[in-house]
Design a binder for this molecule. Sequence first.
Ligand code: SAM
Length: 310
Amino acid sequence: MELFPEYEFKPQNFNKFPLDWSKIFGNNNPIHVEIGFGNGEFASYYCKSNPEINYVGFELSITSMVKAQKKLKNNNIKNAKLILVDGKFGLKEFFNDESVEKVIMNFPIPWYKNSHSHRRLVLRDFFEILSVVLKKNGYFELLSDQEWYVVEAKENAEISGFFKIFPIEKNPKRSFLTRYEKKWIKFGRNIYRLKIQKISSGKIERLIGGEHEMPHAKGKIDIKKIDTINEKVFKDENKIFIVKGVFKNTNKDNEYLIKIISSDKDFVQHYFLVLYEKGSEWILKLDSESNPYRTPAVKWSVKKLMEVLS
Ligand SMILES: C[S@@+](CC[C@H](N)C(=O)[O-])C[C@H]1O[C@@H](n2cnc3c(N)ncnc32)[C@H](O)[C@@H]1O
C-alpha cells in the first residue's frame, strides 16, 4: 500500500525503540503528534503553517492513510510522517520520555455505549502515557462535538494529577476546521475544546523498549503435533495468542505457515509464523511477509508453539 514512502512510516522496520526522531526527520525540530488524522486535511494545514515542527500522525484506517498521503503530496509537505497503528500504542512505544511538544486529537470516535467505553482513547492510562512522553509544559488538545466526552477526558486528566487543566471552551475560534468539525457544525452541534499542560511525569512500562532480534526458535519437534494446534488459545498474565490456521506449503515438503492473532493487553496483532525443516531440526520464526511489532505476546507465540510441538 506504500503510496509515497516519504510519508508512510513503518516503525516495524526498526529494531530499537523508542525511535530516534531527530535521525528520522534529519533535524531536531519539536515533535507534534496527531492521533486519528482521518483524511489528512488538518495534517496538511498544520504542517504547512508550522514548517518548524516535525509532525507524526497515527491512524487506523487504511483508506484514510492513502487519502492523507495524497493530500500531503499535493501540498508538497516536507515535515510529516504517517503511521498506521493504534495511536495510544504509538504514543507509548515510539517516543522517548519528555520528547513530544504537543499531542492533538481532533474528533475521536466517542464510543457512546457503556459496553464500548473501554475503547475510548482518553481513559486514565492515556494520561499516564501523555505525562511521560510530553515535554515539561507540553500541551494536549482535544476537540469533540460531545461535551460529555470532553468532560470525561478532563476528569481523567485531573485525577492523574500530572497536568494543569484549562477550562473547557465552547465553540472556540479556530483558523482551520477539520472535516468532521465542518460536518458537526453543519448539523448545528456545539464544539468543545480541552487543553491541558504537563506539569509532572507519571510512569509507564513500555512493551517493546530496547533492541530487538527477530523472534526465532530452533529444535527437534514431533511434526504430527501440528494437527493439534489449530484454534488453540494460549493465555498468560498480560498476553494471549490464538492459532487461526495452519497451512501446509504445497510446493515444499516440510514447510508450514501458521496464522496467529496475539494480544498484549488491548494491543492486537495478526501475523504469520513459518515452520520449516532444516537438517535434523525445525525452525519457527516470523514469516518475512508479516511484520508485527515484536511485543511480548509475539515473542511468546514463537517460543510457546515450539515448546508445544516438541
Ligand atoms: C471521527 S474521525 C475524525 C477524523 C479527523 N481527525 C477529523 O477531525 O476530521 C476519527 C478518526 O480516528 C481514527 N481512529 C480511531 N481510533 C484510533 C486509534 N486508536 N488510533 C489512531 N486513529 C484512530 C479513525 O480511523 C478515524 O479516522
